[in-house]
Design a protein around this ligand. Structure first.
Ligand code: CA
Length: 71
């Protein structure tokens, strides 16, 4: 993938992330999203796990609201 296409894809994802941050919900009722909860809301099962790993800054297997928004 060229640098431009890569940058464009990243920007698009950032937009989606910002949009989704407003709807950040955890089914468990805490402020964390498990990998399962995250993937349940993702349309592309091949790419979504990579995004989860990219978001999970401390690698604890959960996305906190902070991790989700700060990326
Ligand atoms: Ca985490």
């Amino acid at each position: 993938m060229g640098a431009c296409a890569e940058a464009r894809a990243w920007l698009q994802w950032q937009f989606v992330a910002m949009f989704c941050a407003a709807e950040f919900t955890s089914h468990a009722g805490d402020d964390k999203l498990s990998r399962e909860e995250f993937l349940a809301n993702q349309p592309d099962p091949n790419e979504a796990p990579k995004r989860f790993d990219a978001f999970d800054a401390d690698n604890d297997g959960f996305l906190s609201r902070e991790e989700f928004i700060s990326k």
